[in-house]
Design a protein around this ligand. Sequence first.
Ligand code: KG4
Ligand code: ZN
Length: 338
Amino acid sequence: MKILGIETSCDETAVAVVENGKKVLSFGVCSSARQHVKTGGIIPETAARRQTESIIPVLEKVLSPTNNTSIDAISVTVGPGLIGSLLVGVETAKTLALVWGKPIIPVNHLIAHIYANFIEHRTNNKVHSPEFPLIALVVSGGHTDFVLMENHGDIKYLGGTRDDAAGEAFDKTARLLGLPYPGGPAISTAAEKFEIRKPKSKLNLFPRPMIDSDNLDMSFSGLKTAVLNFVKKQSSNLTIEQLSAEIQEAIVDTLVAKSLKAVEQHKPKSFLLAGGVSANKRLREKITQALKGKTKVFIPEPKYTTDNAAMIASAAYYNYQPVPWQKITANPSLSIEE
Ligand code: KG4
Ligand code: ZN
């Protein structure tokens, strides 16, 4: 079964065609992130306007190598996200469903991030697939959630951030250091420069709140304040690179400690890292190392970590529940358990 995926929840306009939830046949993403550098963050109206400009060109690019008539169904992100951005994808998908006479499947963006791990990836020529029960950590710009999945569509929230998301902590602290939006890749690149020069000289400057609490909850808003106070004092001669490494380490340490706790408490067969922050090299390394021998760890290929449409089509395949197109609406505040 070939499913067309459409994703427009934030600042990426993404389209993909995926076969049987695993094999990506065609893939395209157009990001307006560079436009948001000037404003230091996303202006929803600008993002929505760019979605309307990009959706048809991206659709044309992705559909040209495939045959439209061989597409069996259409899937689209209905939430959570920015309402103006979401509507562009939702209305486009509904129009295609009507014109082509194909079924349409609404998809939850957060759950779709988890399904980036079901897209076929091979190591040593072997195909690996996650097994249930699994634990997923969805760590993105707006969310940092642990969920337990006993099966497809059977999702239970276990814990997560009580305030800012980890991606938001990267974005906000990067801004305080004068680094560009999006902050995650900027901090990661700066930190890497420091780590190459001085691999072992971490000072643990910033707090890791709740790291020892028994639950799977986290808090990242204090990090922003701690960095702000540090930058205001300007009493040290630490470089931006070293401060970036310190920030990254505080976020990564917390995520890794809680992931270890989640695995020890629930003993899942697989652990899936997902969402934009799972592109972070340090997090990928440390989580793989920490969970080695405890469970099977899955992390998407970097291009499927941040917002994309292959994950939408994959989620739709494994949770195939078409809805009449007239009933599909965007829901900006959809939760991970809905
Ligand atoms: O999943 P995503 O693309 O969009 C949302 O659904 O939010 O995640 C975007 C977030 C941003 O906060 C961005 O700074 C972060 O992912 N991010 C990273 C990296 N690449 C993207 N954070 C840390 N390291 C990275 N390499
Ligand atoms: Zn996302």
